[in-house]
Design a protein around this ligand. Structure first.
Ligand code: ATP
Ligand code: MN
Length: 465
């Protein structure tokens, strides 16, 4: 494909075709200069770096240059020359400037640098134009691409699992209802309850909280699959690590046990970090310098050390002998909270940690039960500054054990008939995990709030844009 009309700034900045003519298009970051010369810093999103445009004021109509202000969109044609100034190797000596869209200096909100991330959330429609969100969005693309590349290169197939689901047995969180019923006047059954048989799908439906159960169907036919799609949880947790709409990557593998599952998760996570460092170093360096001086060293430390692997029981022992007073209980049987996870990762081991063998009481029905009758083959991967980044398990392939868990937990067996069929016909050991994409993005970018690593965050009381 060749669209020859213009060159991306990323390419021009590394070009040495001095004297050649280029056409560049982008948005003005700043304009400064003297009575004779205007220096325009132009950015088109292809790189964190701007190109300097040098315009001799006498060459252009006064009215045109007056409108070349921060935020305006222009097209520039000119010749590439080595730059005299510091800070850049090359610049463009403009011969032609065309104004696509001015941006009124009195009302364009991104005049000055250094807006707070909170303010930028209120203008999420414009924040992609900032250096920070340019870097984050390029890295988000990079990680999406690397995820598909990793799985494709390793023989996994991308499986599209449904977004609207009729099963509410996943148990991963509160769900959003999907309905076309008239909310003012819903049809009722004999007992006065809403009659969902009259709803669009003839039953109750929700937005999915996880593609895992359907992912297992794929793995038990194609061997190795992964999903990568949006998931929805109506959890009213206003934390910096939870969104109501987030993206999840869920590989599911036939013939994997819990150890194979851990090996894959560790290899996969390290691959993504290496990919970012090797291909998007400038963006990472920018974020390191602007927001988090430890970002690059943290990324390097994760790829250069083995993840610690301990059991839940060992984790509880460590917490109980730590001498630290935690807010939440640390008795055997309690779920690990973020404060516990971060203590283990950041204070105790100073490395990524994988915890296995959780009490079955605090984990979902589908996890493979250990012989002790108390624990399941779950695994959570914990990362510095994030806590849980991956949750997964070996799955229970034994029909009787699975059915007894469904009964114990009082789950709607009739909605799971299709899931149970995989255990009736050609059941196989298998395992999988879920990586929260935005949790990974928090780790990669060093951002502190999950609202800043997705273009348009959905959180309680917020669905603007
Ligand atoms: P947490 O305890 O942090 O709420 P969870 O146990 O509910 O997580 P899982 O159901 O195991 O998480 O989901 C798999 C992964 O999805 C998690 O490891 C995490 O990376 C991510 N995740 C879960 N809930 C959210 C959310 N509300 N927003 C963003 N990512 C999430
Ligand atoms: Mn949760």
């Amino acid at each position: 494909m060749s669209i020859k009309k213009r060159t991306k700034i990323r390419e021009v900045l590394i070009s040495s075709k001095f004297g050649s003519e280029f056409t560049l298009k982008g948005w003005v970051k700043t304009r400064r200069g003297s009575k004779k010369i205007a220096f325009i810093a132009l950015n088109d999103g292809s790189t964190i770096n701007n190109i300097q445009i040098v315009a001799d004021i006498t060459d252009f109509p006064e009215d045109l240059l007056r409108q070349v202000t921060t935020g305006a969109c222009i097209s520039v044609t000119g010749t590439l020359t080595p730059s005299m100034g510091s800070g850049q190797d090359v610049e463009i000596k403009a011969t032609k400037i065309e104004l696509y869209g001015p941006a009124d200096p009195g009302s364009y909100p991104l005049q000055k640098k250094g807006h707070s991330l909170e303010f930028l959330r209120e203008i999420a429609h414009l924040r992609p134009r900032t250096n920070t969100f340019g870097a984050i969005l390029r890295l988000r693309h990079a990680m999406s691409y690397a995820i598909h590349k990793y799985f494709n290169d390793n023989g996994f197939y991308y499986l599209h699992t449904p977004i609207i689901t009729g099963s509410d047995a996943e148990g991963a969180g509160e769900m959003f209802r999907v309905t076309t019923l008239d909310m003012m006047n819903p049809p009722k059954n004999g007992e006065g309850q809403i009659d969902y048989r009259e709803d669009f799908f003839g039953r109750e439906t929700n937005l999915t909280v996880s593609g895992q159960l359907e992912g297992e169907l794929g793995a038990l036919a194609l061997s190795d699959i992964y999903t990568f799609g949006p998931t929805f949880r109506a959890e009213n947790s206003n934390t910096p690590r939870h969104l109501a709409e987030f993206w999840m990557i869920e590989p599911e593998m036939a013939f994997y046990d819990i150890n194979d599952n851990m090996d894959l998760a560790e290899d996969f996570l390290k691959y993504l970090v290496v990919y970012a460092l090797e291909n998007y170093f400038e963006d990472l360096q920018f974020l390191n310098n602007m927001y988090d001086k430890d970002l690059l060293s943290r990324l390097n430390s994760v790829i250069n050390s083995d993840f610690v692997r301990i059991t839940y029981t060992e984790a509880i022992d460590i917490l109980n002998t730590s001498g630290v007073k935690f807010e939440f209980p640390t008795n055997w049987g309690s779920d690990l909270q973020s404060e516990h996870e971060r203590y283990l990762v950041e204070k105790h081991f100073k490395k990524a940690v994988i915890i296995t063998g959780y009490p079955k009481k605090i984990k979902p029905f589908y996890m493979k039960q250990n012989e002790d009758g108390k624990t399941v083959r779950a695994m959570d991967v914990l990362f510095p500054r994030i806590g849980e980044i991956v949750g997964g398990s070996q799955r229970e392939e034994n029909m009787q054990k699975l059915e007894s868990r469904i009964t114990e937990l009082n789950l709607p067996r009739k909605d799971l008939w299709w899931y149970l069929d995989t255990r009736r016909f050609g059941s196989a050991p298998h395992a999988g995990f879920g990586l929260g994409f935005e949790r990974m993005m928090l780790f990669i970018t060093g951002m502190g709030n999950i609202r800043d690593v997705i273009p348009f965050p959905r959180t309680p009381n917020n669905a603007e844009f």
